[in-house]
Design a protein around this ligand. Sequence first.
Ligand code: SF4
Length: 63
Amino acid sequence: MAAQVIIDEEECIGCESCVELCPSVFGWDEDSEKAFVNEGADANDDCVEEAVASCPSECIEVE
Ligand code: SF4
């Protein structure tokens, strides 16, 4: 099965770090002020790892 990126939205504090580092995979929801994973995003994109490492809430997972 292809890898999948998942954000625990309960834990996301909306710092936008993942969106800045990896806009191909992470989008920004203005209403909820939280990040989301773009539909059809490539979980193997190199920037995903960077985003995971920089997330202050450690709420991004790759499965
Ligand atoms: S880096 Fe983590 S806390 Fe910051 S917006 Fe992304 S998912 Fe949310």
